[in-house]
Design a protein around this ligand. Structure first.
Ligand code: NAP
Length: 272
């Protein structure tokens, strides 16, 4: 396999690069700031970078450009180019909250289903990495104040380790599912329950405070997020509060042969 990994410097993409290499694939890492000898300059917004990135590859891992509300505008033409150039296999990182055919990543999902020779859409729940990522509001709160807020109340989420998402991406690039897969960790947890686990692991209290969706979106916009993107995330918070993410699936075990990591094990590795 010769694979292009978009988002190859990010949380899931960097693990996909490692996983593909471990299975003998030749990997090109797509990045706006190529540093690795195997990296290729790539910007979703710069169509002139797309052909060179796709040259000579037969598989692609797709991660949408960050903070863009209409990624289909850039990603669907790219998929068309890739298929025309002979790419056989695709794995798209979407979200458990996004159905095929809905605007944004749902439109990319639908395009892949209609046009790719072999494909998988990964629909993970929320990442465990959010609790430790200094770029993420929750991770920053945990790190700086041992406190964070959400607008999802007592709604539960099947938090998943990005490494487990990447493991499924690698498995399905070799054995495409031609389907979308909802990916979760082993347990659905509310933010209060997650805070209790983080408190035990850190040996000091971590607190979660539920705030309104309006207040939560205002915080994101104040931190620099485009308002339409914040509104989209706000709607997802509301859906979580209503139970939309309160589920677990066995897809990580089914596709990789090993169970997904628990939040406790993740936090022990990341925070201790
Ligand atoms: N966090 C969650 O809880 C969660 C849950 C479900 C789904 N998701 C989805 O996960 C995705 C993020 O994946 P991730 O966490 O693996 O990535 P990440 O760690 O956020 O990194 C973003 C990656 O995208 C690349 N990138 C950003 N803008 C780009 C552009 N204009 N052109 C080319 N590359 C660009 C960056 O590469 P360079 O900087 O090197 O160019 C980087 O490798 C999002 O689509 C999000 O919706 C997240």
């Amino acid at each position: 396999m010769r694979a292009l990994v978009t988002g190859g410097t990010g949380k899931t993409g960097s693990a996909v690069v490692r996983g593909l290499r471990a299975r003998g694939a030749v990997v090109k890492i797509a990045s706006r700031h190529p540093r690795d000898p195997d990296a290729v300059g790539f910007d979703w917004a710069d169509v002139s970078s797309h052909d060179a990135a796709l040259a000579g590859v037969d598989a692609v891992y797709l991660v949408a450009p960050g903070l863009v509300s209409d990624p289909e505008r850039l990603m669907v033409p790219f998929i068309d180019r890739a298929v025309a150039g002979g790419v056989q296999r695709f794995a798209l990182l979407s979200s458990s909250a996004i159905e095929a055919g809905t605007p944004g990543l749902g439109a990319v999902h639908a395009a892949l289903r209609a046009r790719a020779p072999a494909w998988t859409v990964l629909r993970p729940s929320w990442f465990m990495q959010n609790f430790v990522d200094p770029q993420h509001g929750i991770g920053r709160g945990v790190r700086e104040a041992r406190a964070f807020v959400s607008a999802s109340g007592a709604g539960r989420i099947g938090f998943i380790d990005a490494e487990d998402i990447a493991a499924v991406a690698v498995a399905t690039l070799f054995a495409p599912a031609d389907a979308d897969l909802i990916l979760t960790g082993p347990q659905a947890l509310s933010y209060d329950e997650a805070a209790a686990i983080l408190s035990e692991v850190l040996g000091e209290p971590v607190t979660h405070r539920a705030i309104t969706v309006e207040a939560w979106c205002a915080r994101l916009v104040a931190a620099g997020m485009p308002a339409p993107y914040a509104a989209m995330l706000g709607a997802l918070e509301q859906a979580i509060a209503g139970g939309a993410e309160d589920r677990v699936t066995d897809e990580v075990l089914r596709r990789t042969g090993r169970p997904p990591r628990s939040l406790r094990a993740f936090a022990q590795a990341a925070l201790q």
